[in-house]
Write a protein that binds this ligand. Structure first.
Ligand SMILES: Cc1cc2nc3c(=O)[nH]c(=O)nc-3n(C[C@H](O)[C@H](O)[C@H](O)COP(=O)(O)OP(=O)(O)OC[C@H]3O[C@@H](n4cnc5c(N)ncnc54)[C@H](O)[C@@H]3O)c2cc1C
Length: 376
């Protein structure tokens, strides 16, 4: 990086009120609400990628708040109240997305989704009906509707094999995460937020009442407050936090002739997920096959997982249909021993909002709003 001019120093690199690390959904929604609370704030977002390069532009685009088995598993691990708090944040987050952006700008379609159960899962119809009733009752105060219902009648229409139960959720759908990130970027820039890319924060320290930030571009930034929204990369700046990177791998097929279903589909407590993207199928997951190997910052895909995804596609989702794989990619999630996001002041003037696990699209708006409240 060349030496900076006085003009650059007094504009792009001038001291800020708030610097946000990370321009994924959490960083952007936080900036959005910070500016809403106080339009005078000088805010800069720094991102290490030339575009946001974590999970927000590399996910599956489900606009969802949890499948039946995932929420029941969460309830076992974290207790009923915590599980419901998470669902509420996600559900309200989805409402905020829909109230902020035009449907067609972000391709959001609340078309409904399904959870699949294979013949080896050993679920009895009566047990599922009991669980559906139990969870619907718990979620009623949040969604004011019945969330789940058994939809086994659809099995014949969808053409899946090895699947013996389907549960429908009318309240979820999908969106285009790339378009949502772009719309958010435009929005915060129009609010006066500066977004600088290709700058990685390497280190920060408190110097009197300011925070000095060192970057890989040899430019130092000064700010009153720092907000760290780097999710799966959190350990690099905050080594004591319980956040690990978790790679999620995805593939996208070529268009499938006469695809007999549309919507979002979950399987194995959310470890497998697929949706249609027009006539193509986006399928991701299988991280449960190699949990340790997938704790990585690498964005490569691996044969083990990709082959498993292809097997699932061929044997279960579209048996007998011809397809090519158009794209394969991966993204970095942030997970920990607990599923609740970490959202707090770490030290005076330094805040973080990380560990979004697998449903940050929905979580980010409400967390951004809470973060803005905590900081301003
Ligand atoms: C394959 C996959 C599928 C998923 N599917 C879904 C889904 O369908 N629905 C859903 O709700 N969620 C899904 N998720 C999860 C969701 O995408 C994430 O929870 C959410 O995007 C997290 O947003 P974030 O802003 O916290 O983090 P990120 O989007 O990861 O943003 C963090 C940003 O920080 C930047 N950064 C990192 N380190 C630094 C540094 N030192 N200095 C500056 N910048 C830095 C990165 O470049 C990145 O842009 C999926 C995730 C993956 C990987």
């Amino acid at each position: 990086m060349p030496m900076v001019s006085v003009w650059e120093k007094e504009t792009f690199f001038a001291p800020q009120d708030i610097i946000i690390a990370g321009s994924g959904f959490v960083g952007l929604w936080s900036a959005f609400y910070l500016k809403k609370r106080n339009p005078e704030l000088k805010i800069t977002i720094l991102d290490k990628g030339i575009i946001p390069t974590g999970a927000s532009t590399r996910n599956a685009g489900f606009a969802c708040f949890g499948s039946l088995t995932e929420l029941l598993a969460d309830e076992q691990k974290m207790g009923t109240d915590q599980m419901l708090r998470l669902v509420e944040m996600r559900y309200k987050g989805l409402e905020k997305i829909r109230n902020t952006f035009n449907k067609k700008d972000i391709d959001i379609d609340m078309c409904g989704g399904y959870e699949l159960f294979t013949d080896t899962d050993d679920y009895l119809t009566e047990d599922l009906e009991e669980q559906i009733q139990y969870l619907n009752e718990l979620l009623k105060d949040i969604v004011h509707d019945n969330t789940y219902k058994l939809a086994d009648k659809k099995l014949g229409l969808f053409g899946f094999t090895k699947i013996n139960h389907l549960i429908r959720n009318n309240l979820e759908g999908y969106l285009h995460p790339g378009k949502l990130i772009k719309a958010l970027l435009h929005h915060v820039q129009s609010q006066g937020v500066q977004v600088l890319n290709n700058i990685e924060i390497k280190h920060f320290e408190k110097v009197s009442d300011k925070i000095e930030i060192e970057t890989d571009q040899k430019i130092r930034f000064t700010t009153g407050q720092l907000l760290i929204c780097i999710n799966g990369f959190a350990k690099k700046l905050l080594p004591d936090l319980d956040v690990e990177p978790a790679r999620g791998q995805v593939l996208l097929t070529s268009p499938i002739d006469k695809l007999p279903w549309r919507g979002t589909f979950h399987y194995k407590q959310g470890f497998y997920y697929f949706r249609n993207l027009d006539k193509r199928i986006l399928l991701g997951g299988a991280r449960n096959l190699a949990l340790d190997d997938e704790k990585t910052f690498s964005l490569q895909t691996t044969e083990t997982i990709q082959q498993e995804l292809e097997r699932f596609l061929k044997e279960v989702i579209i048996p007998g249909k011809k397809f090519d794989i158009e794209l394969r990619w991966s993204g970095t999630m942030g997970i920990g021993r607990e599923k609740m996001p970490i959202h707090k002041e770490i030290s005076p003037g330094v805040f973080c909002c990380v560990r979004m696990s697998g449903m940050g699209v929905a979580l980010a708006p409400l967390l951004g709003e809470k973060t803005a409240k905590m900081m301003v």
